[in-house]
Design a protein around this ligand. Structure first.
Ligand SMILES: Cc1cc2nc3c(=O)[nH]c(=O)nc-3n(C[C@H](O)[C@H](O)[C@H](O)COP(=O)(O)O)c2cc1C
Length: 318
C-alpha cells in the first residue's frame, strides 16, 4: 500500500505475525527509468528480514516495464539497493487496479482495464524483461465502470503465474463491500483457461480466520490483506492475540516502529508525519490512548516521539 507498506512496516509485521508474501508500494516504471530514479528507490527498499517480497510496478511505457523487469530479474536493482548477492525480489506484480484519479487520467493502473492492447503490451514487455527468471503477476479489479469478467478471462489468457482479484470495479472505489462471488467466478475461469495461475482474493479481509473461510468457500489459493493490518498488526496470525495485548506492549511496539523508521529514513526520505497513520494502529483501545495519540501526532521528530513514548511507559510503571 502506497506510503504504508515500506520496508519498516513490513519488518514490523514480519516480526509480529508474518505473512507468506509481501508487496512493495507501487512504483512508477516511467519514473524509475528517468532522472527521477533515485527519489523513487525509497518505495522499493527492503532488507533480508522481511520475508518474500514482490515488487509492484505501474506506468505507461511498455519499454520501461521491460527494462525494470530485466533489472529486477538480473538482480541489478537489488544490488543498487545495497542488498548482497543472492538476495532478490520474489517476483514482479503489475498494478492494473488502482482507481486514483491521476493514474486513471494518465491511462495507467485501472485505466488499463479498458485498454487491453496496452495492457497486453505491458504484460508481454514485462515477461520479456523477466525472461522466465522470476514469476509475473497482475493485481486488478473486476471491471472499470461495470463488472466485466471478460477482462479477467483476458488476463488469464496471458498465463500469468498469479492473479490477484479485488472484488470491486474501479467505479466502486472502496465504497461498497467487495463482491466475493465474482472472485469465486474468477477461480472457475482460471480452472478453464489457465489452471496453473494462482488466484488470490482481495477486499475487506480483516483476519486470518476470515481469509481462510473465504479461501475455502471460493477455492482460492491465497488471500491478500490490505487495510485489515490497520485494525490489527497480528492480522496474519492464525489466532490474533491483539485484543488481549496490553497498553505497555502496544506502546513498545510503536516505539520499535519509530526506532526502525528513524534508523531507516535518516536523510529525510520520508517525513516524520508519515508515522501518524501507524500511530492509531498501536496506540488504541486503552485508557488515555486518544490523548496520547494527540501528543504523538504533533511530534516533529523521531526523538520527540520516543521521549513521549518513554514518558507514557514510565507513567505505567510508576
Ligand atoms: C492507503 C492505501 C494505499 C494503497 N496502495 C496500493 C498500492 O500501492 N498497490 C495496490 O495494488 N493496492 C494498493 N491499495 C489497495 C489495497 O491493496 C487493496 O486492494 C484495497 O485496499 C482492498 O483490500 P483491503 O480491503 O484488504 O484493504 C492501497 C490501499 C490503501 C488504503
Amino acid at each position: 500500500m502506497d506510503d504504508v507498506t515500506d520496508t519498516v512496516f513490513r519488518r514490523m509485521v514480519h516480526a509480529t505475525a508474518p505473512a507468506d508474501l509481501y508487496f512493495t508500494e507501487f512504483v512508477n516504471v516511467d519514473g524509475l527509468q528517468s532522472v527521477g530514479r533515485p527519489k523513487l528507490l525509497k518505495k522499493v527498499r527492503f532488507t533480508e528480514t522481511e520475508g518474500p517480497l514482490v515488487i509492484q510496478l505501474w506506468g505507461k511505457n511498455p519499454e520501461n516495464f521491460r527494462k525494470t523487469a530485466e533489472q529486477v530479474a538480473d538482480g541489478s536493482l537489488a544490488r543498487e539497493l545495497g542488498l548482497p548477492e543472492g538476495v532478490n525480489f520474489a517476483g514482479v506484480d503489475l498494478n492494473m487496479g488502482c482507481p486514483a484519479k491521476s493514474e486513471v487520467k494518465n491511462g495507467t493502473c485501472s485505466a488499463l482495464i479498458k485498454n487491453r492492447p496496452l495492457a497486453l503490451e505491458i504484460i508481454n514487455a514485462t515477461k520479456a524483461g523477466l525472461a522466465g527468471q522470476l514469476p509475473i503477476s497482475v493485481k486488478t479489479r473486476v471491471g472499470f465502470n461495470e463488472v466485466d469478467m471478460t477482462w479477467i478471462e483476458f488476463l488469464l489468457e496471458q498465463k500469468l503465474n498469479m492473479l490477484t482479484i479485488h472484488g470491486r470495479t474501479k467505479k466502486q472505489m472502496s465504497k461498497v463491500p467487495a463482491n466475493w462471488e465474482l472472485i469465486g467466478e474468477g477461480v472457475k475461469l482460471r480452472d478453464r483457461i489457465s489452471p496453473d495461475t494462482i488466484i488470490v482474493g482481495n477486499g475487506d479481509v480483516m483476519s486470518h480466520e476470515h481469509g481462510l473461510e473465504l479461501a475455502q468457500k471460493y477455492g482460492l489459493d491465497g488471500l491478500m490483506i490490505g487495510r485489515g493490518i490497520f485494525q490489527d498488526p497480528y492480522a496474519f496470525a492464525p489466532q490474533s492475540p491483539w485484543a488481549d495485548i496490553d497498553r505497555e506492549t502496544r506502546i513498545n511496539l510503536y516505539k520499535q516502529h519509530v526506532t526502525l523508521f528513524a534508523a531507516q529514513w535518516q536523510d529525510g526520505e520520508r517525513p516524520i508525519h508519515t508515522l501518524n497513520k501507524f500511530c492509531k494502529v498501536y496506540i488504541s483501545d486503552f485508557d488515555g490512548a486518544k490523548e496520547l495519540r494527540e501528543v504523538l501526532m504533533a511530534a516533529e521528530s523521531a526523538q520527540q516521539l520516543i521521549d513521549t513514548l518513554n514518558e507514557a511507559l514510565a507513567l505505567q510503571s510508576a
